[in-house]
Design a protein around this ligand. Sequence first.
Ligand code: AMP
Ligand code: MG
Length: 539
Amino acid sequence: MVTYSQQVEQLAPLEQAVFQNSFVEELHGEASMDKTPRQVPGYHYSRVEPTAVQAPQLLAWSEDLAAYLGLERPSERGPAVDMLAGNQLAPSMKPFAARYGGHQFGSWAGQLGDGRAISLGELTATDGTNWEIQLKGAGPTPYSRRADGRAVLRSSLREFLCSEAMHYLGVPTTRALSLVATGDEVVRDMFYNGNARPEPGAIVARVAPTFVRFGNFQLMAAMGELDNMRALADYVIRHHYPELGAPSPAVYVRWFEEICRRTAVMIAHWMSVGFVHGVMNTDNMSILGLTIDYGPYGWLEPYDPDWTPNTTDFGSRRYAFGQQPQVALWNLYQLARALAHLVETPQDLQQGLETYRTTLAQTRHTMLLQKLGLTSLALEEDRALVEELLEALAGSEIDMTLFFRQLSHTAPSLLLNAENEDATWRELLAKAAYSMSMEEEQTLVQWLQRYLQRLRQESASPEAIRESMLRVNPKYVLRNYLAQKAIEAAEAGDLAFLNTLMEVLKTPFAEQPEHEELAAKRPDWAREKPGCATLSCSS
Ligand code: AMP
Ligand code: MG
């Protein structure tokens, strides 16, 4: 057995790592290295190198992910950080930008592609699996259209922190290895209202088995590039779904069904922790069912299905919290329309959409029951109980995370001693509510009373119920205002709060009493503040 210290000794500097290039070598690429924005028909990707930045400096490093990849922590400046900023390439790297399209806000947008993300290649992790390393904000590519290929510190820090926080919550997600300041300024008009200003630039090194999206297939279908589409499907299946066997029309059908299943599991997780992606365009849907492309995302504070942080979406609220299950299904349907060209009987793909519906319904229900400490005894009554809770929460201003976390402590205690049941419930609600009318309180207290009756039917001990609830109801999530505080401090050169958040969010289900304030209700000042309550796509 390899001990931890032996493993640490085996960690190597990034600049010595050897990269694989399966995407580049097995697929069809345009080799010109030309960065001029253009249409790239007929190709899966374009070879392109990152554009160097002024003064790369490491701001954050994901220790556990790095150890898993066999990488040692680099110093603040030096060859590894130069690589993470795109200023230096390893001889084994063959960097590329992928070509994809997508539906944006329901409309077909044609070719999009990696306009600012450049993949360096794949690293083999300590368990032998391969992981693509991609720099987001590494400069122009043929897919940059009219934009600059860069990313600002605020959006990069948000992506870095949230992808790791999601991972530690157990949500399927792409990962983030490093956050590097570029030393360059990037001009952005944060709310598209004529107030453009220079902001510090940054680059995140993202990590995933692959960054292929629904939109890669959609674009090739739209352009009639069926051989290319088949080649990409075969690549994804061979590398990432090997359990399905050698690609064939019948395997494509089973593959689509598996994509649907994984997407359902991902959405169930989002709904369970209160995550709102914010821009669920089909180019932001991973073919592996991972949360991808963290932009104007947010976390529910008051439980509100209609909430979205994305100002671009305030009119139609297409991507609001409660819409996410439906939108993912719509997106899967668009993917099915593309894959229909590869199968013998397109109707067979219907089964996948059905699997999405049933997997999502079952997984969501199971997760909600777990959040309530219930095991499935009386299915029908439990469904009604759960539905009524969600309705009551939506009808009041109760913090979702706090409610379930408090419940995990309070409900098992009341099982042991229900003497002051009503007062105890009112106390819980007061802790979790931003505001509450008498009627709202009454509705919730009545629900809680019925819930306690139901909980009494469980055979597990109150202590076991408490433990099971604490394992699924996080105490710490990346509340919108916490990310904003970390950004403001980092922009002023202070990384202490970012480091604290990284550490605390690694064990979101642990009490960590010394960090109680990070589990508190959103403060009043953050209610309407830009960056906390409202975000735009400008990043
Ligand atoms: P997003 O909404 O961030 O998923 O981006 C949609 C598309 O716009 C993708 O093709 C991105 O690569 C591209 N894009 C976004 N921001 C930039 C930028 N600053 N420079 C170049 N391309 C960008
Ligand atoms: Mg995107």
